[in-house]
Each structure stands twice: as C-alpha cells, then as structure tokens.
Ligand binder design. Structure first.
Ligand code: NAG
Length: 383
C-alpha cells in the first residue's frame, strides 16, 4: 500500500569497491513495507565546477518526504546533499539556497476542475473500502490461524536482508552516552557526523514517541536538537531502533559543567538559548509555516538533556517522555492520568519550567562570577 515499495535510484560512487563492478549505474532500493524509500545525491561544487561524490538509495527520512526533485537548500554547505522521493529522482540535482521567499509563480497551478473533483471524491472512498476489506481479511486470517492469546503483535519482524544496507553510508564510530533508553553513538553519515540513539526493542514506545514528537509540524528550531531520521536495523539477530540527529561534539550540559566552569556571559548565553528552546516547545503556534505546531511538554528536563553546540548555544533533546497537547484531545486518554486537558497541560508545562530552574541553578553553581568563588572551586560541596 505504501507509495514506494519498489524504487530505483541513480547510483554513483567515487571509490571503486571490491564487490561492485560499476562505479555508476542504477541501484534498486530495498526496505521494510512500512518505510518509505528515497534517493540521495552528494556533490562538491568548487567555484562552479560540480563533482559528484555519491548517489544511491537513502533511508526513510522525513526530510525527503514528498520532494520529487533533489534540491540542496542549506546555504553554502561544505558538501552538497539532497534527497528525494520517486524513481531515479536523484539523477538530476540542484542547489537552491533558502533565500527570500519566491513570490513570482504559484507552484501549484489550478488543476482541471472536473478531474480533480472526481479524484478527490473517489480516492477516499476507494481507500476506505480497501482498508476495511484488508482489516476484515486480517481479522479472519488471524482468528483462524492462531488462538487469541498467540496473535502476534505488530512488532516488525527482521527486515529482509538488503544489499543496500551496507551501502548506506552511516557508520557507528563510538558510544558517547548511556541513557535511560539504550545509548547514543557518534556516527558518520556521508561526510557529516551525526548522533545515533539506539533503543532496544523493548523501548519501542519511547522510540516511537520521540519519532512522533520530532515529526510534528514546526519542530525545526535553532534551540531544539535537529532530527534527521529513524531506521530499524538488525544487530546480532536483535532488532534495533535507531534515531538519528545532529551531532554536537560538546555533548550535554552535564558533561560540559563537569569539565568546565562558565563565565557570566557564557552563563547568560546558555540560559537564554535553553529557555528559548523550552519556551518554543511549550508554545502553541497555529499559524506555523509547516502547519499547526502543538504545545509540547518535555517532562524530563535536566542538564543531561540540554546539549551544547560548538558556540555554546543550547538545544533541547530527548523527547522519549514528551507529551503533545492538541486541541480537543484529553491528555488523560493515553497516559493513565485523568484531568481536564487545559489544567493538565498547565501543570506539565510548569513542571518543565521548575526543572529548567534547577538546570539554571546547576549552571550558576559552576559560574566564575558566583559569589565568593567557593562552590565552583569545590563542586563536590554541592552534593
Ligand atoms: C555550483 O555553484 C554555482 C555558483 O558557484 C551555482 O550557480 C550552481 O548552481 C552550483 N551548482 C550545483 C549543482 O551545486
């Protein structure tokens, strides 16, 4: 039923590989049924001279959804990268940096009214009928095949062995942190470092929740960790759930404060950027350009979940426990607590703010401007 169960991408690799005979050609993509398939291209552009680095199949990645053309939008990157959806869509690639918004032409020209009306009215009906029939068939099938208690859950089985898996240029390098759920690795994706959080299968809900929160409209923000994609992988016969984000060398605020003290102006910068991230997370933004951004409570604010970029700008991470508040839905429905949505929301947001206050206190305790210089020279006295 998925949009791309079979797809081919233009393939190219600058380095010859043992088992490959061609350095360029067409690569068939493989993936799980419930995942989307994408193509990617990376290239260099030295004063207008374009040199392709790699082309091929790409992971299921929200950043490529519904883009039929391969376009790099980041402003002057070191290595150009784009991904797209559709057969051979990476054959051509372009560089169109995010400039002033285009106002010249409407990207969606009006379609023929009769055809579009027919399409819009028929597609949902046919789709609905297909879903009902499929569910009925599944129900019958399961009912006949297994006793009720043994009906398998919807956990995905091991994905089929995929020749493209090894080709995907994502390599784990070293473990950087161990958390409540699995651990966080530094990894290399093409020519960039990324962070890969690996959840064991029993923490699937946490992985799923974090993925859902990152996929909400308007979650791209300077002070919120940038999400790249998710992936299911087999490792030693165990299914692992991966969550891939931007990598920040400085790590968490906890780690940073263990090894460093901060000046007054650094304290202000970290506090301000962190608070900006949290305030944005909490905010309900109906008119965001990506769609309605719901109000989100983090529910696990601590210095370990505040990451520092290389210029000490803070960003908020780890949304495994986060909760979104959408108009008309009760927060009590899914989390075993009862309460009017509005009041639940206010309480959760206040808990986050209180917790952020504690982060600020940790920060102040390691500031060189602190009164008396006692605590920052003797941090163990804090405990
Ligand atoms: C390469 O760079 C030139 C400007 O230096 C630009 O006009 C062109 O669009 C770029 N092409 C690609 C494919 O990146």
């Amino acid at each position: 039923l998925g949009p791309n169960t079979t797809q081919e991408c233009a393939y190219y690799n600058t380095s010859w590989e043992k088992e490959r005979t061609n350095r360029s050609g067409i690569e068939p993509c493989y993936g799980d049924k419930d995942k989307r398939l994408h193509c990617f291209a990376t290239w260099k552009n030295v004063s207008g001279v374009v040199e392709v680095v790699k082309q091929g199949c790409w992971l299921d990645d929200v950043n490529c959804y519904d883009s039929s053309e391969c376009v790099e939008k980041k402003e002057s990157p070191d290595v150009f990268f784009c991904c797209c959806e559709g057969n051979m869509c990476n054959e051509k690639f372009m560089y169109v940096p995010d400039g002033p918004p285009l106002t010249t032409s409407n990207p969606f020209p009006p379609k023929q009214p009769i055809i579009s009306t027919l399409l819009y009215s028929l597609v949902p009906i046919v789709g609905l009928a297909a879903v009902v029939l499929f569910s009925f068939w599944m129900w019958r099938h399961h009912k006949l095949a297994y006793p009720a208690a043994l009906v398998p859950t919807h956990d995905p089985g091991p994905s089929p062995p995929s020749p493209s898996l090894g080709q995907k240029p994502l390599q784990l390098i070293e473990v950087k942190a161990r958390g409540r759920f699995g651990c966080v690795w530094k990894a290399q994706l093409l020519n960039d470092y990324v962070a890969v959080k690996i959840f064991p299968i029993q923490d699937k809900l946490s992985w799923q929740n974090e993925y859902e929160i990152y996929s909400l409209s308007g979650m791209k923000h300077d002070n919120i960790l940038h999400f790249i994609g998710v992936e299911k992988r087999n490792h030693n016969l165990d299914l692992e759930l991966w969550l891939i984000t931007t990598y920040h060398e400085k790590g968490s605020l906890t780690d940073y404060l263990k090894a460093n003290v901060v000046s007054w102006s650094e304290l202000c910068h970290i506090a301000q950027t962190g608070a900006r991230g949290l305030a944005y997370l909490h905010e309900d933004v109906p008119g965001h350009r990506d769609g309605h951004k719901p109000s989100i409570a983090h529910r696990d604010i601590k210095s370990k979940n505040v990451l520092l970029k290389s210029n000490l700008t803070a960003c908020i991470a780890d949304f495994g426990l986060a909760l979104k508040f959408e108009a008309g839905k009760s927060a009590g429905d899914t989390h075993g607590q009862v309460g009017t949505r509005r009041y639940m929301r206010d309480s959760f947001l206040r808990i986050d703010m209180y917790a952020f206050g504690l982060v600020l206190w940790e920060l102040a305790a390691r500031c060189t401007a602190a009164d008396g210089e006692f605590l920052w020279k003797n941090p163990e006295r804090l405990l």
